[in-house]
Write a protein that binds this ligand. Sequence first.
Ligand code: ADP
Length: 473
Amino acid sequence: MSKILMVASEVAPFLKTGGLADVMGSLPAALVRAGESVTVVMPRYRGVDAPDFYRLREDLPVWLNGFRHRTDIDACDRDGVRYLFVDAPWFYNRDGVYSSGGKDWGDNHIRYGVLCLAALAIAREIESPDIFHVHDWQAALLPVYQKSWFGGDPRLMRARTLLTIHNLGYQGQFGPEAMGELGLEQRLFDAGEMEFHGQVNLLKGGLVASDWLTTVSPTYGREIQTPEYGFGLDGLLRARSGNLTGILNGVDYRDWDPATDRFLPANYSPEELSGKLACKRDLIEYFGLPPEAMERPLIGIVSRFAEQKGFDLIEHIAGALADEPMTLIALGSGSPHWENMFRNLTTWRPDKFAHWIGFSNEMAHRIEAGSDIFLMPSRYEPCGLNQIYSLKYGTPPIVRATGGLDDTIEEGTGFKFHEHSPDALLETVRYAIRTWFDRDGWQDRMKRGMAKDFSWDQSARAYQDLYSHLLTR
Ligand code: ADP
């Protein structure tokens, strides 16, 4: 058994803005089931609370640039995993996790620097791990601090470091003054370390300093080593390719199974599919779509409205889609441009388009269940979870063949297109719509998808093998 200390900026069910939280909410428990000991550290943001929280440590000091920051450590234990919350209200008790009013907090580097330093203080004073497993740019400073500040501390230096890239598009870049503000030596402001086009790049620092790197699907692991997907870090990732592994994310079927999903008006399974029709009817009525919508395929979208997700393609084909025998419902929020696009589509053709702008876990479940087809035409996708949920919900997805979408969807379970172009998307959507009208063939397709198993246990084993490898190196 190894002792793993994970650090991340969001963990379901405590705080979630995207797929990282889903992973952090289920990978640790899967590792514990496989025999590991896992502690997870995250910030105690505003609203992060539960009746089983208890205070583990009062006033664990974090020193940064001669300032002593007070942090209290709160905890809870679930499924054998210990969750620790760094309570530093000055940094985390705010009205937005990463941003407010569409603007990132100006001190995000300090907020997440403090998270990493608090995790190192936990390792020194509360429980020392064999492995620090850190996630994304918000936790990438941990290996940097470990090697630069604590190089002489044997308790910390024995531990190996593993950095998982959940999305290379988010690197945590700040002005050069961040080096001083983070208490980092100027020698690290170098192209071979954390400097990137004149900025301080926290993810890059972690990519250089960590013992091993992983990303969340094998295909994305290869893609990020190319200029097209590398966001300027492909050269570094190629140089580290011997220490870079792609491990596909799993999903948590305790939360995502139409047979037990408590958010649905009716449950269903591959053996008894009638509940799915009830879910579709419920959705159509809820969104005020015409009853004829029951007679044509309902296409669902659940997504952050970000450039990455391919909304430019949907914008191009929306006019043509309106002429197809289909209905489209989108749930999401993010870029005002895409939010307005869906508002305008609904105003223009309320018989064909509906939307919910915002974040609603319940609505995400209802759309997965009530839709016939799921749409995810991402420009790039490190792993993607919604297409995997869609398989389980009997909602064959249309995906672009990239990253984890390519690794999880086959022609028999969904629909793939390759080129990032409106024509390629439109052709595939039209083909999916035509295919839906062949009812028997469609049910076979649904059932093939529903039979797929992407539960965490297999992926957890891959992480376990990697931990063992790291500890014997
Ligand atoms: P990403 O991490 O890039 O956002 P993923 O597909 O890996 O994409 O994970 C997204 C997760 O966030 C899924 O669990 C999805 O259901 C959820 N999600 C995204 N947008 C919303 C929303 N507007 N409301 C509810 N859940 C959402």
